[in-house]
Design a protein around this ligand. Structure first.
Ligand SMILES: Cc1cc2nc3c(=O)[nH]c(=O)nc-3n(C[C@H](O)[C@H](O)[C@H](O)COP(=O)(O)O)c2cc1C
Length: 226
């Protein structure tokens, strides 16, 4: 048996993985970045093949990692984690620095950054695992702590969408509903679930102009999970 709640006990940070150059750059939210060796210092980033950024990394052989701080606002997750650079320029209006490797580095809400050169690419089916040798790294804000995936889930009420390696269909987790009259409503765009058991208002009592906190989808588009 698999108790999916056990998977949430595995800890992660939150990052923006970017690639490209001054002519065109793109980035996405990732919680699957981790150091794999110390000699040489190397990092892995697990990137969905459907992510636009993945194409940039494959072409350029380079990627940057912005380590997000604990106070990162929802808009950053919405922009980089729920929209694709195929439709919008996600870097427009962002505070971007071009690193020593020429890579774009998103500075918004970031407390540190790393620049990596791809040494190896492992094909995992849905995802490519890029192993990158560390070229440069520096601190951006020493006063703040990094955001953890647990904090993002429990305090920010965020979760991983389908492209993320840690995505779990939330319906698999809804086995312990205490009050049968409490309902869940799902966003058809990003999969966000408004769970009345975790909220102070019934979904029907939310204002008509209420929007999905993650992707901005309208209330009337939500559907009830039966
Ligand atoms: C909390 C969170 C974690 C995510 N983690 C990953 C990840 O580790 N790998 C991945 O490929 N996508 C991950 N995603 C999904 C991408 O950020 C998302 O598909 C993004 O829209 C891709 O953008 P792009 O097409 O512009 O590259 C995550 C999203 C969120 C919100």
């Amino acid at each position: 048996m698999i108790n999916f709640e056990a998977l949430f006990k595995v800890t992660y940070g939150l990052y923006i993985v970017s690639s490209g150059d001054k002519t065109r750059a793109n980035g996405f939210i990732s919680n699957t970045v981790f150091q794999v060796t110390s000699e040489p210092p190397a990092f892995a980033a697990c990137c969905n093949k459907l992510n636009f950024t993945t194409e940039f990394i494959q072409k350029q052989g380079l990627f940057s990692i912005s380590v997000l701080g604990k106070d990162t606002p929802t808009e950053i997750f919405t922009n980089f984690g729920y929209k694709s650079g195929r439709e919008i320029d996600k870097m427009a209006g962002m505070d971007i620095r071009y690193g020593e490797s020429g890579l774009p580095i998103v500075l918004n809400s970031s407390i540190a950054f790393l620049e990596c050169k791809v040494m190896q690419t492992i094909d995992l089916g849905t995802h490519l695992l890029f192993i990158g040798m560390l070229l440069h790294a520096d601190l951006l804000d020493v006063t703040k702590d990094p955001m953890t995936y647990q904090y993002y889930r429990e305090v920010k009420k965020g979760f991983s969408p389908k492209n993320a390696p840690t995505y779990i269909d939330k319906e698999k987790l809804l086995t312990n509903v205490k009050d049968a009259s409490l309902k869940q409503y799902k966003c058809p765009v990003c999969g966000y679930i408004y769970d009345e058991a975790d909220e102070t208002k019934r979904f029907k009592d939310l204002a008509d102009d209420w929007l999905c906190p993650l992707c901005g989808c309208e209330k009337e588009e939500f559907f009830e999970i039966k």
